[in-house]
Design a protein around this ligand. Structure first.
Ligand code: FES
Length: 114
């Protein structure tokens, strides 16, 4: 079962927060957050992985300036600047093989802003 089991179900929070275009923090919706959520949900559905991972749309997760922001729980692994092209790598490497995608992990602790 792809190295994961329902007992260890993961939740991928994807920020889809929207703000006005001139807002100083920007927002993850402008940076493709909704497309990330759709792509991940589609991939989970196509691969019938609903028992091992769930993609959840979220309002602001904190580190807006480095969005689009994605966080995987219960692992408490955060990703910054996530693009649509990164979604399948997060799914295949992190979710299915338990190998977080190091290149997408921010250098600073993103929870400092929480
Ligand atoms: S708007 Fe996405 S983290 Fe704040």
């Amino acid at each position: 079962m792809n190295g994961a089991s329902p007992k260890n179900k993961k939740y991928v929070l994807i920020c889809t927060q929207e703000r006005p275009p001139d807002h100083p923090k920007g927002c993850c919706k402008q940076r493709g957050g909704v497309d990330l959520l759709t792509k991940l949900r589609d991939a989970i559905s196509e691969r019938e992985l609903g028992e091992v991972v769930r993609a959840v749309g979220a309002t602001c997760l904190g580190p807006c300036e480095t969005g689009a922001t994605v966080a995987v729980f219960p692992d408490n692994v955060w990703y910054a600047g996530v693009k649509e092209a990164d979604v399948l790598e997060i799914l295949e490497s992190h979710i299915l093989r338990n190998q977080p995608v190091q290149r997408l992990m921010p250098k600073e602790d993103p929870t400092r802003l929480l």
